[in-house]
Design a protein around this ligand. Structure first.
Ligand code: SAH
Length: 196
């Protein structure tokens, strides 16, 4: 495989914000992702009241699903528009507050308290700010991260995981010479070497 074709590609935060402004968000799934339904038991493993993390969350409706099941959901997203759309599209009242540890960042929290969405770059987070998680839903996240940042992203994710946590990862398979991404092509061999 020739992942080299995408190795140096960089999508800036500004470009992501523009995608949201233009409504160029083909990645958003209004009905949620069938693979989360399919593998939900692997994520939960019979446990209740989990802390579930959604890296690069967009306005993923799966956050509402898991919150409705009684879990507490934390997400991170650079686009404030995405987070506001999430709360308004689900008619969820929320409040917004600054995050002292993250200059320019903000926390959008449902009034009920079980959905906390950070508006900042994922690289601004650490376990001292958000704590650790029992489960991760990574769809459109590892594959959206710039290839040069993958190692940094994965190290952070590993840091944010509790001992007995589960991590569901969705990747896409295609010929990286034919599309520039995102989503980027992350072959299984690389997933294995990244996560160990
Ligand atoms: N996981 C979501 C969104 C996938 S698209 C879903 O399944 O629908 C990737 C998202 O990551 C975009 O909304 C983009 O704005 C956001 N993003 C890109 N780089 C980011 C970063 N460094 N930190 C936080 N969010 C980021």
């Amino acid at each position: 495989s020739d992942v080299g074709a995408q190795k140096d590609r960089v999508v800036t935060e500004e470009e992501w914000l523009q995608k949201w402004e233009m409504g160029n968000i083909g990645f958003h799934k209004e009905q949620g992702h069938p693979l989360l339904q399919k593998y939900l038991d692997l994520l939960l493993n019979g446990r209740s009241g989990l802390r579930i993390f959604f890296p690069l969350c967009g306005k993923a409706v799966e956050m509402k699903w898991l919150a409705d099941m009684g879990h507490s959901v934390v997400g991170v997203e650079v686009s404030e528009q995405a987070l506001k759309e999430f709360f308004s599209e689900h008619n969820l009242p929320y409040c917004e507050e600054p995050v002292p540890e993250i200059p320019g960042g903000a926390l959008f929290q449902s009034t009920s308290g079980n959905i906390s969405l950070y508006c900042c770059s994922i690289y601004d987070l650490s376990s001292s700010i958000v704590g650790k998680f029992d489960g991760v839903w990574d769809r459109g996240a590892l594959v959206a991260v710039n290839p040069c940042d993958r190692q940094r992203y994965v190290s952070l994710m590993i840091n944010l995981m509790e001992k007995n946590s589960s991590y569901l990862l969705v990747t896409v398979l295609y010929d990286p010479n034919k599309h520039k991404g995102p989503p980027f092509y992350v072959p299984e061999s690389e997933v294995k070497s990244l996560f160990g």
